[in-house]
Design a protein around this ligand. Sequence first.
Ligand code: PCA
Length: 207
Amino acid sequence: MNARIWLTGFEPFGEHKTNPSQELVEQYLNSTCIHSPRGVESGPVEMTFLGRILSVDEAGSCLSLTHLDGVDAIIHVGLNERAEKVRLEMCAANLCDFRIPDNSGRQLQDVLISSSGPNLLQTTTPRAALAAAFLGNQFVEISEDCGHFVCNETYYRTLHAIRQQSLDSEKKEIPAIFVHIPSFEYVSMEDQSEILIELCAQIVQRI
Ligand code: PCA
């Protein structure tokens, strides 16, 4: 099987001149990679990475919604300025509350993303299996708080669309997760790359 993975990073925002999520993700876009996930018996998986570097605004948060068809998994990656580890985000909140303006100048305060959606949406990836796969990894943690800025907005929109799509068509939900990364000072680009590929392979192996 060759799994098609929709992988996204973000442009710089706020005071940042660069965004490590852009550098991390750009290495893989439009390429294919073969990787054997740890601790899983069924051998190597082949993954083709499609995706984009998203603008940090409403347009960027919505862009993936027009690409859900024909992809096997969705991995969004963004910078968390305060993180010192790679955070696997387990849920997205139906709330925008921006501390700083986004790259289009929006500064939403206490605004719902979807007027009819639930307060929280959970990752559609197998949570327990991923937690177990990264249990011994000192650079990875599980997080229940994706913040209230554009990363959370993007994650919520994606999970909401996946849920809607599976309700409408009775198709299985596409696995999707948000990964918040720290600056490369805390976890090197090389270590973050290994974590990202291992995560993708773990998810794809269980489709
Ligand atoms: N991090 C921001 C948005 C873009 C990014 O890389 C966030 O955590 O919402």
